[in-house]
Write a new protein. Structure first.
Length: 177
């Protein structure tokens, strides 16, 4: 039987990709580029460990953000939605490559943020703590996606490395991109 090509399938696929941010690309592209590469290797290892441990507990999570340049941090500081509470871009652990954000993902791999009172956030934060991480959600009562490596105090890093986070990263073997 010879019929017409089912173009509706093509358009449906294009629509789904647009609605989901092309799903697969969203998930896989996160672990590339400076936001991933400029993290300390120990932070990248902890991200992978936390993702595996979360999956074992039935939590679908993904790496969302890592290293941020001072310029990126300034943009967040200027955001009227109040996405950060730091007043100096170098006060963020992200600028020093020791912090990262882990968020939930839906069935097609799109990141999403449940309400702060969703019990999964606390479960994820406690899991991160059990792996040796510090958690914004547990330490501050907000910023549940935020995790960082212990032993890195921003004030000491700013003083020791003369407010130069890239110098710190290079001293730790990170090939800064």
């Amino acid at each position: 039987m010879r019929g017409r090509f089912p173009w509706w399938i093509v358009f449906l696929g294009i629509g789904l990709m647009a609605a989901t941010g092309a799903g697969y690309v969203v998930v896989t592209a996160r672990k590339s580029g400076p936001r991933w590469n400029n993290l300390l290797p120990a932070a990248r290892a902890k991200i992978d460990e936390l993702e595996r441990a979360a999956a074992a507990q039935g939590l679908a999570v993904m790496f969302y953000d890592g290293w941020r340049s001072p310029e990126d941090q300034k943009k967040l500081m200027a955001n009227p939605a109040g996405v950060t509470k730091v007043t100096d871009p170098l006060d963020s652990h992200h600028a020093w490559g020791v912090a990262f954000d882990i968020v939930f993902k839906n069935t097609v791999g799109i990141p999403y943020w449940p309400a702060d009172n969703d019990p999964r956030w606390r479960q994820l934060a406690l899991l991160g703590r059990s792996l040796g991480l510090r958690s914004g959600g547990l330490e501050w009562g907000w910023d549940f996606p935020h995790f960082w490596l212990p032993g890195f105090e921003v004030a000491a890093l700013k003083q020791q490395y003369n407010r130069q986070p890239l110098a710190f990263l290079q001293s730790r073997g990170v090939a800064v991109a």
